[in-house]
Design a protein around this ligand. Structure first.
Ligand code: CA
Length: 363
């Protein structure tokens, strides 16, 4: 038995000081484990009571409390409390919080590879990407990226295809992106920058005002389920179809050392609850997006839902490829993950085409 396990099982009642003489006893004494009580703190990157996004971590906390008979509890703090929506990575890494609910693409300043674990412009769709995470080597690659920082990362629910954003003027050509100030984070923002746009990252709580006061000309956020709660439909007339976030996966960040200190039954409960709440969030997004679209189309007929012109899409795709190639040339882990994703996408896309796509085409 490793010394770490002795410490792990000795969290309550000063049992950690029992020392090596008691190892055999500790190993077999399950009542000690049953007495362990752990209270974790989780920081989200979202404003207080943020719809859908916050349901995942709250559901996680409720599940763990029930699964553990009240022994494992998690206090969920929104960005409204900790005031650092983009500080979740550091706060979990340094142990201020035990875990976070956030998105990997916020951490591109830490490692260029991080956005690849959220979504890739023109990349995999939701089903393909989950297949990649769990059966295509994605989880192992993500673990390599985050354990370097003392962190573990888990999928936390997928928004599905995100919309291309709210614009106050229509986009008729590539030229229309020149000088456009737009809230759009991640790789999508970098692609638009190559077309002359000025991508800006702002916390959720500031988006509506920024668009209203024309601090930004356009805002990319999520999709109807969430966007309608932000009120963008009141101030922008053009709502474009997406290309840049075909399967945006949220992220549970966990402090690796704290995870390893958990008793193994708590680790198993947490791992199961992470996956369950991720699936629940993905399902909720799909249902709420359908509802949101219905509301948008019936109550806001002024809003036009448009697709970008074909030549704009061709250019966005071309620039995406060039951008990803540049990253791959500079960073070996980026190159490894991107190449892995491309190989997997090519293989599963053939199946997507003759299953999902064909099925939809026979309506
Ligand atoms: Ca988005």
């Amino acid at each position: 038995m490793k010394r770490r396990d002795v410490l792990r099982y000795g969290i309550v009642g000063g049992a950690a000081v029992m020392g090596w003489a008691c190892q055999r006893k500790v190993q077999t004494v399950s009542p000690t484990v049953a007495d362990v009580r752990i209270r974790w703190r989780l920081a989200t990157s979202w404003p207080p009571n943020f719809p859908i996004f916050e349901h995942g971590p709250r559901r996680l906390a409720e599940m763990l409390e029930r699964m553990s008979g009240g022994r494992f509890t998690i206090e969920v703090d929104s960005a409204g409390k900790h005031k650092a929506p983009f500080g979740v990575f550091d706060m979990v890494r340094n142990g201020t919080y035990d875990m976070g609910h956030t998105a990997a693409y916020y951490w591109k300043g830490k490692e260029p590879v991080m956005p690849l674990f959220t979504t890739v412009p023109f990349g995999m769709n939701v089903l393909e990407q989950y297949a990649w995470f769990f059966y295509g080597g994605g989880m192992q690659l993500m673990e390599r990226a985050f354990t370097r920082h003392g962190l573990l990362s888990f999928p936390a629910g997928n928004t599905g295809v995100q919309m291309g954003g709210w614009f106050r003027k229509p986009i008729r050509s590539v030229e229309d992106f020149r000088g456009l100030k737009m809230r759009i984070p991640g790789l999508g923002g970098e692609v638009l920058a190559r077309l002359g746009a000025e991508p800006i990252t702002l916390p959720a709580g500031e988006l509506y005002t920024a668009l209203e006061k024309r601090v930004v000309d356009a805002v990319e956020w999520v999709s109807p389920a969430i966007d309608l709660t932000m009120g963008f439909q009141e101030i922008a007339e053009y709502y474009y179809l997406g290309w840049h976030e075909p399967a945006a996966e949220l992220q549970y960040l966990v402090n690796k050392r704290r995870f390893e200190e958990l008793p193994s039954d708590f680790q198993a409960m947490l791992t199961a609850a992470l996956k369950e709440t991720a699936l629940d969030t993905t399902s909720e997004f799909f249902a709420r997006n359908a509802e949101g679209l219905e509301i948008l189309q019936t109550r806001y007929p002024r809003v036009k839902i448009l697709r970008f012109p074909d030549d704009v899409i061709v250019e966005l795709r071309r620039q995406t490829h060039l951008l990803l190639q540049e990253y791959a040339a500079r960073d070996s882990l980026f190159r490894e993950v991107w190449e892995n994703q491309q190989r997997f996408q090519q293989r599963v896309r053939r199946w997507t085409e003759i299953s999902e796509q064909y099925y939809l085409a026979i309506r």
